[in-house]
Unconditional design. Structure first.
Length: 281
């Protein structure tokens, strides 16, 4: 699955990365709303899905030019404002809704939790101005940062699973995720830091352009390892409330799309903030 994602970013025409992000984001939001409905919460699913799709699509359109303009963030803010206004208008038209505030809150929660957080992958992809290659094609150093993000996040997940399975004894937060352990958490952070350090040398030419060094790559990796655990636990909180095991059945052995990207929803904005606020990329 991640080979397909990376192929869309590195090999396929630019619109393929948009298509994949919009597809994954929309399916994950659909699953999120499904979980909320399982928890007996009513949501305005169509409104949320439409605004989520527009958020992902419009941001890609603005950011893909390689220069982060005020219009990029103005569009994102505008869509969120439309969503807020939309839920109020929608609830005014709903005559038989006993919990209008809960419905509005659940709809907006899904939009922010999935679509808005997932949109940071696009921001990372186009975080640095593009370089024009022969034939007029643009090369963006940020796409290697996306590779770094996915690599470190998934190595963190693998480290937590392997170390936790081998030597895990002390439960982390058993009421939320009975299988997660402190040993697995430490393993996730250590493996993520090593993965970040190694990924720097794999993509050194581009990551240097984003002001990364081996040390900051390892520090960012450790930070992403911590946040990845939080992201995984965050989805567990939602699923536990709804008493569901997986968000969907799209991916045998994994579950749904939301299960696949739950950690990325938190690591993507963290890495973006690290670039902007710490490295001043």
């Amino acid at each position: 699955m991640w080979a397909l994602v990376l192929a869309a970013v590195f090999v396929a025409p630019p619109f393929c990365s948009w298509l994949l992000l919009a597809l994954f984001g929309s399916l994950a939001l659909w699953e999120c709303y499904g979980i909320l409905e399982q928890a007996k919460l009513r949501v305005f699913k169509v409104l949320g899905l439409v605004t989520g799709f527009l958020l992902l699509t419009g941001s890609w359109f603005f950011f893909k030019h390689g220069v982060v303009s005020p219009r990029s963030y103005a569009f994102e803010s505008g869509i969120l404002c439309v969503a807020v206004l939309g839920v109020f208008v929608r609830v005014m038209m709903d005559k038989n809704n006993p919990s209008p505030i809960t419905t509005m809150a659940a709809t907006l929660f899904g939009l922010v939790y999935v679509s808005w957080l997932f949109n940071f992958i696009t921001k990372i992809h186009y975080i640095h101005p593009g370089i024009e290659l022969d034939g007029g094609r643009m090369m963006f150093h940020g796409k290697y940062a996306v590779f770094y993000l996915i690599l470190v996040t998934k190595f963190s997940d693998a480290g937590a699973y392997v170390i936790g399975s081998l030597i895990g004894r002390h439960k982390l937060i058993p009421r939320i995720s009975p299988k997660k352990t402190w040993e697995g958490t430490v393993g996730a952070v250590v493996v993520a830091a090593l993965a970040g350090w190694g990924a720097f040398y794999l993509f050194q030419e581009s990551l240097v352009q984003l002001k990364m060094t081996p040390l900051t790559a390892a520090i960012a990796g450790a930070l992403l390892g911590i946040v990845a655990i939080v992201g995984d636990l965050a989805e567990s909180v939602i699923k536990r409330e709804a008493q569901v095991k997986d968000s969907g059945q799209w991916l045998p052995g994994i579950g749904g799309i939301l299960d696949l990207i739950d950690s990325l929803l938190f690591t993507a904005p963290t890495l973006y903030a690290f670039f902007r606020l710490i490295l001043h990329t």
